[in-house]
Design a protein around this ligand. Structure first.
Ligand code: PLP
Length: 244
């Protein structure tokens, strides 16, 4: 059975916002697709889509489903409206990708350490938990920009990062402000600069960023667990650095 967690993709990928499986025309090959109403659809709650039999089994046996309060009607109405809208409108998806590309390129041009990623979540490497929290705090206190620090156990120690998620409604002006603020924070905290381009010219660093990239593509799944098995790439990285 194939279970695909598409919470970071529903609404955002695929011609009707069905997610990556829809974009890849692979929906019929997936048995269960998990989606959230809380990210692209801007509400709360979530769902799984599967055959009648699977759904019936979950309804009958999943205690987490049976012993929980149903979503309020207002949330259901808002989620329905959002889903209907994003099934028909491509503007948000196209604009989202455009804003992500613009943000990545502005950050890289400023020499900020953007970690390579194919997704719309842009990681900026800090590499130290305390500094990552300090950078997030300073961004909010001094610049009015809230970006969460992503530390262990969500990511391996030494790869702490800020994770930037542009939306379709971020204008060039907002991206420019963000870059200016980040440069100030990077300078104030003495954080390491270096674009992914520069890192490609340095063998050890390039290698580590490539391995981090492998991790990053798998990482959203890890948000919820602290005991996830490390990927082969990360294990290889740890062995190479002698840390495990
Ligand atoms: C991969 C993944 N699945 C599921 C969830 C849970 O989504 P929700 O917060 O809507 O319950 C998250 C939350 O970020 C996630 O990253």
């Amino acid at each position: 059975m194939t279970y695909c967690d598409e919470v970071h993709a529903v609404g955002m990928y695929g011609p009707r916002g069905g997610g990556i499986a829809e974009r890849e025309a692979a929906m019929t090959r997936i048995d269960v697709i998990e989606g959230t109403l809380a990210k692209a659809f801007g509400c709360l709650g979530g769902y799984i889509a599967a055959s009648t039999m699977v759904i019936d089994a979950v309804r009958s046996y999943a205690s987490g489903f049976i012993f929980t309060t149903a979503l309020p009607p207002a949330i259901c109405a808002a989620a329905t409206a959002a889903i209907r809208h994003l099934k028909a409108s491509n503007w948000e998806r196209e604009r989202h990708q455009d804003r992500v590309a613009q943000t990545k390129s502005a950050l890289s041009a400023a020499g900020l350490p953007v970690m390579p990623t194919e997704t719309h979540i842009i990681p900026l490497l800090v590499g130290c938990a305390d500094k990552c929290k300090a950078a997030s705090d300073r961004l909010l206190a001094k610049h009015g920009i809230y970006i969460q620090p992503i530390n262990f156990p969500t990511v391996p120690r030494g790869t702490e990062r800020l994770r930037i998620t542009p939306t379709p409604y971020h204008k060039d002006m907002h991206i420019d402000d963000l870059v200016r603020a980040l440069i100030e924070v990077w300078e104030e905290l003495g954080l390491e600069r270096g674009t992914s381009d520069r890192s490609r010219t340095k063998a050890p660093r390039a290698r580590s960023l490539r391995l981090l990239h492998a991790r990053e593509t798998l990482e959203p799944r890890r948000n919820r667990t602290s005991s996830a098995t490390p990927t082969k790439a990360v294990v290889a990285e740890k062995r190479a650095s002698g840390s495990g």
